[in-house]
Design a protein around this ligand. Structure first.
Ligand code: NAP
Length: 293
């Protein structure tokens, strides 16, 4: 397939592009800067210049492709306003990509997060979260899934709180950045809340499998580790950085503080059985040993 990818230079997207190219696909990738265009060309894919706000460019990319994988997101958690802007930008982008694919039966793979379900491990059949600071992302993705009834093979890969590679990425990556700055490896609450995780190279395989195999309207979990206690994550980070480990106020983590405080383990049993996905890369706690002081 010729696959149009957004976010193809990111931590996850770059792994997805490599995974696609190594399995016989070609890639057309959105690039919003010269640096990103060069990175895309360097791995053997074709850059398409534009940003998520350029809806005509997104439509043009989708029109040239046999399938679309959407991963771009501003990831600006600096304030509630910045986050709301990023969510709105992505929502408009998803709607434009979807419009272009209607009636084509082509695959459209979007990204979401595994849902937190109070008191138990979440599964692929649980509904997406549509409340809270990133609830708008859930609503956008439900719009993508609804395209299944308009002849789009839409599917969603739901990612755990930390998608990591070489010690970087996701919520654990945010804890590390805050610990470097504040010289304390902090966690909210008592730290017993659990976050699921996956290595980016394993997640990339699932994006390819979903593109190639998933039925319209389906959701998948890219979960390798069902849930590490946040205190255990902070402990590795603190040891690697040589800083103390301590409970800190939820506000330390900005608009995501409330999400950081929730116990949210998740499973991928159905995904593994149905798509034959088997993660093999290092766990989060092992990968965090790559953090350099
Ligand atoms: N990493 C995780 O743990 C995790 C967990 C759950 C969900 N997710 C989601 O997975 C997706 C990918 O995450 P990631 O960790 O790979 O993110 P990342 O490393 O921050 O990469 C973001 C990608 O999006 C692109 N991008 C951002 N804003 C854009 C815009 N306005 N126009 C065009 N491109 C734009 C970036 O392009 P440039 O290279 O040009 O900046 C980059 O390719 C995101 O939707 C993220 O929310 C990630």
């Amino acid at each position: 397939m010729n696959v149009f990818v957004t976010g193809g230079t990111g931590l996850i997207g770059s792994a997805v592009v490599t995974e696609l190219l190594s399995h016989g696909h070609t890639v057309l990738a959105l690039a919003r800067s010269d640096t990103s265009a060069q990175a895309i060309s360097a791995v053997g894919s074709e850059p398409l210049r534009g940003s998520l706000a350029d809806l005509d460019v997104l439509r043009a990319g989708a029109s040239r492709a046999d399938g679309v994988i959407h991963l771009a997101f501003a990831n600006d958690f600096s304030s509630a306003d910045a986050l709301a802007h990023a969510v709105a930008e992505e929502s408009a982008a998803l709607a434009s990509l979807g419009d272009e694919l209607v009636g084509s039966d082509r695959p459209f793979v979007a990204v979401a997060g595994t849902p937190p379900i109070p008191g138990r491990i979440s599964t692929e059949s649980d509904p997406l979260s549509t409340v809270g600071p990133v609830g708008g992302r859930g609503r956008s993705v439900m719009g993508v899934l609804a395209l299944a009834s308009h002849r789009v093979r839409s599917t969603v890969v739901r990612l755990p709180r930390t998608v990591h590679n070489r010690g970087h990425g996701g919520f654990a990556g945010m804890l590390t950045r805050i610990a470097r700055r504040s010289r304390v490896s902090g966690y909210p609450g008592d730290g017993s809340q659990r976050w699921p995780a996956v290595h980016a190279l394993d997640a990339a395989i699932l994006f390819r499998l979903a593109l190639e195999q998933a039925s319209a309207g389906t959701s998948w979990h890219a979960v390798a580790d069902e849930g590490d206690a946040v205190r255990d994550i902070a402990t590795v980070i603190g040891r690697r950085l040589g800083v103390p480990i301590a409970a800190v106020p939820q506000e330390t983590f900005g608009p995501l503080g409330a999400v950081f405080a929730i116990d949210q383990p998740s499973s991928s049993t159905h995904t593994r059985q149905a798509l034959g996905w088997q993660p093999t890369k290092p766990s989060l706690l092992d990968d965090l040993e790559n953090i350099q002081p």
